[in-house]
Design a protein around this ligand. Structure first.
Ligand code: IPM
Ligand code: MG
Length: 367
């Protein structure tokens, strides 16, 4: 019997609520499909700060190191907002985890079911068939981690700060490969986003991507777009893209734009894949919903668990090689929302809505 060994980091506010729903779904498919789950739960984010003095406690990092994947909830909220930025739960938990496991490839599906177009701020006629795109963001390079990164005092007493955007060809090639593999499994179309009219890193990015695809994936339709234009095109006609991929900070911004045009944050899942292989010879990865901790609805049992459940499905697909089981969970979520019309408040559009556990029950029933 295959045993799936993963670390569970629920985090703060709605994090633990939606995590418990996702674990129920995983327990259910494990029993059905005949595999075993071996997971331990640990504090991260605000819970890490409150219980261990830091957002990524050493014990939590060690647990992650001994696992084959990380199922992450969400972290942060008003309680820790007054801390200096470097110590805040989001930054102080996520950035070290990305660095520690070289989680260089952030995959964010932008999927909006046709039945949920009302959830999108875009006019329905722009997205008659919903939205189905993928944003792939480089996650361990660029201006987030480049050195120097510092604030200094100049001779005249003024302060000056610097961040450094830096990329090597090897970093560009490995994210280009993830984009290519993703595009091959979809429509074969990939758009690389950069700012090659201004930035040196982008000139290198565009050249490296062009050469890499010509050599390794000539059958894919590769295009390039400047990031400012990509921001406009996403809002104008998101489905002109299939797979779009870009460097770290551009991806941070574009993936949030994509999330909002896809309607409810409660439906948005993500995978961050590492360079390393886990004990099963698959990519080690961190899987998290994109929606955040939603402090305003925490503790009420009404948060949408779909994004957390869909993130668990991505974990099965990428880190455990269980593509068919992942697809089954995705289909169960889709049916619950679009056919059974079981919906949490964020996607109910004024119609009667259900709580977190009832939503999870409906998904489990479809399995
Ligand atoms: C994200 C977040 C993080 C980022 C923050 C919390 C450090 O915005 O995952 O997109 O900027 O990468
Ligand atoms: Mg972000």
């Amino acid at each position: 019997m295959q045993t799936l060994k993963f670390a569970v980091l629920p985090g703060d506010y709605i994090g633990p609520e939606v995590m418990s729903a996702a674990l129920r779904v995983l327990e259910h498919v494990a029993k059905q499909e005949g595999f075993a789950l071996s997971y331990q739960i640990a504090d991260v984010g605000g819970a890490g700060i409150d219980n261990h003095g830091k957002a990524l406690p050493d014990s939590t990092l060690e647990l992650c190191q001994s696992a084959d994947a990380i199922l992450f909830g969400s972290v942060g909220g008003p309680k820790w907002e007054k801390l200096p930025p470097k110590e805040q739960p989001e930054r102080a938990a996520l950035l070290p985890l990305r660095k520690a496991f070289s989680l260089f490839a952030n995959i964010r599906p932008g999927l909006l079911y046709p039945d949920l177009t009302d959830a999108s701020p875009l006019k329905a006629e722009r997205i008659p068939n919903g939205i189905d795109i993928v944003c792939i963001r480089e996650l361990t390079g660029g201006i987030y981690f480049g050195q120097p990164k510092a604030t200094t005092t100049l001779e005249n007493g003024e302060q000056q700060a610097v961040d450094t955007m830096v990329y090597k060809t090897s970093e560009i090639e490995r994210i280009a490969e993830v984009a290519a593999v993703t595009a091959k499994a979809r429509g074969g179309k990939v758009c690389s986003v950069d700012k090659a009219n201004v930035l040196e890193t982008s000139v290198l990015w565009r050249k490296t991507v062009t050469d890499y695809f010509a050599k390794n994936h000539p059958e894919l339709a590769l295009s390039h777009m400047y990031v400012d234009n990509a921001a406009m095109q996403l809002a104008r006609d998101p489905n002109q893209f299939d797979v779009l991929f870009t460097e770290n900070m551009f991806g941070d911004i574009l993936s949030d734009e994509m999330a909002v045009i896809c309607g409810s944050l409660g439906m948005m899942c993500s995978a961050s894949l590492g360079t390393g292989q886990n004990g099963l010879g698959k990519p080690f990865g961190l899987y998290e919903p994109a929606g955040g901790t939603a402090p305003d609805i925490a503790g009420k049992g009404i948060a949408n668990p779909c994004a957390q459940i869909l993130s668990a499905a991505l974990m099965l697909r990428y880190s455990f090689g269980l593509d068919a089981v992942a697809a089954k969970i995705e289909a169960a979520v889709r049916k619950a929302v679009t056919v059974d019309l079981v919906r949490t408040g964020d996607i109910a559009f004024g119609k009667p809505s259900v709580g977190t556990e009832t939503m999870a029950d409906a998904i489990i029933k479809n399995l």
